[in-house]
Structures are given as structure tokens and as C-alpha cells.
Design a protein around this ligand. Structure first.
Ligand SMILES: Nc1ncnc2c1ncn2[C@@H]1O[C@H](COP(=O)(O)OP(=O)(O)OP(=O)(O)O)[C@@H](O)[C@H]1O
Ligand SMILES: [Mg+2]
Length: 428
């Protein structure tokens, strides 16, 4: 099938208009609200056209063995797995406290079926696919950069930019369709409401201008996440489950040879994709990896020494340091979800807890137990850097760096916290 660019499909529309800088419009005195819904179980989905290595990547990443065969739509139902997030701070704490139990942070990853052109109109797995995308909080957008005539491509040739555009186009079409329906509904309510109406109707009338603005934005070919929205607008957007609002990290699946020689030979495929991202989605991250290489490495997941030997052999062969790309991908996936870690640490357990950025101390306590939030008295906080530098909790205290923080304290990434609470006072 011949490739058709998004620009051609949308005719004269100003597709991929340069987005407004996300930084410039931010009101300096106000903290920017985050796109996305707060949840204790945030998930990141693997997205892309069929047969490009999504399940191979999922298996290597999560040590799973879902089918990853050489035919399109090998994956139909999404698989889900949790993967430990590498974190030096956690490792340091575990080493320092030598606890009976260690509980690291996890990232939940979902392997989604391949999406084809026309999905928004029901092609391929169509709407089922789009509803899987809807249920995740961020996306690893995977594309094929390996040239292997033995692995078929649904569009007949390897062309990552075309594939990226196919996916973006389908997500955008689905958002346009969704927003058009919501816009129509809110417009009717807004025009007949006058001063009356119930609370739900009043809210729709109030939200109507934001919905109109969002619709105009996506109809110009822009992703919602590239817009510069006020906090009030973000609240409205977060109620709409828009696909183009989700944070996205681009992953290019290249051949083993190309991966091993990345630092030595400029890779034209990656350069082309980077230029495309810079033009259309500035600021988004691109991480190359090799599904076939990671797949081989993952065979040694249970014997880390052997894995290290394979990496050392590969490094020697090519004269450059070769590491797995997966830790970087996991860490950045978490970053895209705007997640923070705080730690509780003692001889019983060292544990990494997950919150969204900008969480206040009582809500962070609530992640551990609702009683901690209800009866919150204070958070006793050590900064990870202080603890590492001074060497022990006692030394941190002696240096006056063991802080007592109240309800208004915003928990920082890497805080080591001991919560004080009293439930009986608060039970009314
Ligand atoms: N870097 C690579 N180099 C060569 N072959 C690869 C590479 N990555 C994956 N493959 C091969 O591509 C084929 C398709 O892989 P996989 O099943 O993981 O794709 P998928 O995107 O999950 O497909 P589907 O959308 O059908 O579920 C497999 O045969 C796999 O071994
Ligand atoms: Mg698959």
C-alpha cells in the first residue's frame, strides 16, 4: 500500500502547526496543573503499528513470555505486567538499613495490539484498540527501524515516519470525533440554559469554551498535550479521556548491529525520526533500543553475572560500552507519568512509595494507609542527599537536618519520611 502522509490526508488543513511553547505561557506565580488523572495505579501502554516488536519489547522489559511472532495482530488482548524501577536511592537505603523486607517501586506496562490506518473508523482492531489506549496514562510509542526482509510490515515497507504519522493521525481523529460529540452536546445545553439548570448542566455550560478551544486545537492537527492550557482548562481536559493528552516517549526498535554500533556510526534512521520529533513534537524523548538484542539479553535475567559477561563481550567486540536500553526506558516512563518516589526506611522494611508530583504530605501519607492521612500530625523528613552525605539518621539529626513538616508540605522526590499520626483523635 502506498504511504500517504497526514498532510495529504487532511488536505489544506494546517496539520502539525507549530505548537505554542509549553513554557512561555505559564503563569509564573501559579503551579501548572498536570494533564492526566491522579491514580494509585498508573499504567504505561506500548503503542505502534502491527508486527514491529512491541511484544518482544514487552517480554524483554517485564521478563514475560507473551506471544511475539512474525505476523500482524499477534497480540489481540492486552497483557499487563509490573516491572521494577531501577533506583540508586532505593538500593542505597536497602544497603544501609539491611531490612528484613525490600519493596521497590514498580511501573505497570501494558502490551497493546497493533493499530492500523483507519482504526478510528473501525479498521483492524479499531475501537477496541483505541479503548485500550484510552485506559493507559502514558505511552511508549514504538516504531520499527530495523530492516529485516523476513519480518513483514503491514504497509509493505519499513518507514518509521509513516508509521508514527499513522498512529498520530488515528489518535487525533479519535479525539476530534470525541470532542465534536461533546462540543455538540455542551453547545445545546449552553444555548438553552439561561440562568437556570442543574449542577451538571451548569458545569457543561461553564466548560463549553474550553471544549471549543480544545476542538479547534485538535482540528488544526495539534495534540492536546502540546497545548498551553490554564489549570482550569486542564481540569476540564482531564475529564475527557483524550488520547493525544497522554505523555509519549518514542522508542525506535533497531537491529542488533545498529544498536551495538550506535556510538560509532551515525544512524540515519534515528536522525530522521529525531528531526521529525523536533519539528512536530518538540521536547519529546526518543530512545533507541534493539528488540532482538534485548530479547537475547533477557535470556540471562536469572543469571546477572552471565548477562554482564554478554554485555562485556559485546562491548569488547565493538570497542564501546554496551548496556541494555531498558533501565533508561523504565526510568523515563515513570518520569513521563509525573511520578515521585518517597521512601520509608528502617530495619523492618525499606519501601519505595509512589505519588504524583506536587503531592502534599497528608495525601502522601494516605498512599501508605488512609488512617495515616486521616490522622496526619506531621511528616519527619530527611533529604536523601543529606542522609547519603552524613551517613546515618543520627548524623542527619545531629546536623539539624531532620525536618518536621506539616500539612502544607509538598513531598519532594527522594524524601525519606516517617509519618506521625493519631487516628483515634480524628475518628468522629
Ligand atoms: N530489532 C529486531 N530485529 C529483528 N527482528 C525483530 C526485532 N524486534 C522484533 N523482531 C521480530 O519482529 C516480529 C514481530 O515482533 P512482535 O510480535 O514483538 O511484534 P508486535 O509489534 O507485538 O506485533 P503485533 O502487533 O502483531 O502484536 C517477531 O518475529 C520478532 O522476533
Ligand atoms: Mg504483539
Amino acid at each position: 500500500m502506498a504511504s500517504t502522509s497526514i498532510r495529504t490526508l487532511l488536505g489544506t488543513r494546517n496539520f502539525y502547526a507549530k505548537p505554542v511553547s509549553r513554557k512561555n505561557g505559564a503563569a509564573p506565580e501559579e503551579k501548572k496543573a498536570l494533564l492526566g488523572r491522579p491514580s494509585n495505579n498508573l499504567k504505561i501502554g506500548i503503542l505502534g503499528v502491527p508486527n514491529i516488536g512491541k511484544s518482544t519489547f514487552f517480554n524483554a522489559l517485564t521478563n514475560s513470555s507473551v506471544p511475539a511472532e512474525n505476523f500482524p495482530f499477534c497480540t489481540i488482548d492486552p497483557s499487563e505486567a509490573r516491572v521494577i524501577v531501577p533506583d540508586n536511592r532505593f538500593a542505597w537505603l536497602a544497603d544501609h538499613y539491611k531490612p528484613q523486607k525490600e519493596t521497590p517501586a514498580y511501573l505497570t506496562v501494558i502490551d497493546i495490539a497493533g493499530l492500523v490506518r483507519g482504526a478510528a473508523q473501525g479498521e483492524g482492531l479499531g475501537n477496541a484498540f483505541l479503548s485500550h489506549v484510552r485506559s493507559v496514562d502514558a505511552l511508549f510509542h514504538l516504531c520499527r527501524g530495523f530492516d529485516d526482509p523476513g519480518v513483514m510490515h503491514v504497509d509493505g515497507s519499513v518507514d518509521p515516519i509513516r508509521d508514527l504519522e499513522t498512529i498520530h493521525y488515528e489518535l487525533l481523529l479519535r479525539d476530534i470525533d470525541w470532542l465534536q460529540k461533546v462540543h455538540q452536546e455542551y453547545k445545546v445545553v449552553a444555548s438553552r440554559l439561561g440562568a437556570g439548570g442543574n449542577a451538571v448542566e451548569k458545569k457543561k455550560k461553564e466548560d463549553f469554551p474550553t471544549i471549543t478551544k480544545c476542538l479547534e486545537w485538535v482540528e488544526k492537527g495539534n495534540d492536546i498535550r502540546m497545548g498551553d492550557w490554564t489549570n482550569k482548562e486542564v481540569e476540564v481536559i482531564n475529564q475527557q479521556y483524550l488520547l493525544t493528552a497522554k505523555p509519549m516517549i518514542y522508542l525506535v526498535n533497531i537491529s542488533e548491529h545498529d544498536y551495538l554500533h550506535l556510538s560509532k556510526e551515525p544512524n540515519p534512521t534515528i536522525q530522521r525520526i529525531q528531526a521529525w520529533i523536533d519539528e512536530n513534537h518538540p521536547g519529546d524523548l526518543l530512545i533507541p533500543f534493539s528488540g532482538s538484542f534485548e530479547n537475547q539479553l533477557s535470556l540471562f535475567n536469572d543469571t546477572p553475572e552471565d548477562k554482564q559477561m554478554v554485555l562485556e563481550d559485546a562491548s569488547q567486540q565493538v570497542g564501546a560500552t554496551i548496556v541494555s536500553a531498558l533501565p533508561e526506558i523504565i526510568v523515563n516512563g515513570r518520569e513521563a507519568l509525573n511520578l515521585h518516589q518517597f521512601f520509608t526506611a528502617g530495619p523492618g522494611e525499606v519501601r519505595s512509595w509512589t505519588t504524583r508530583k506536587d503531592t502534599l504530605a497528608p495525601q502522601a501519607a494516605g498512599v501508605i494507609h488512609t488512617d495515616f492521612e486521616r490522622g496526619f500530625i506531621m511528616a519527619e523528613v530527611m533529604k536523601m542527599d543529606d542522609l547519603k552525605q552524613l551517613g546515618s539518621e543520627a548524623a542527619v539529626k545531629a546536623a539539624g537536618k531532620y525536618y518536621s513538616k506539616g500539612k502544607e508540605y509538598t513531598v519532594d522526590d527522594g524524601d525519606v519520611i516517617y509519618f506521625k499520626f493519631n487516628v483515634t483523635n480524628k475518628k468522629k
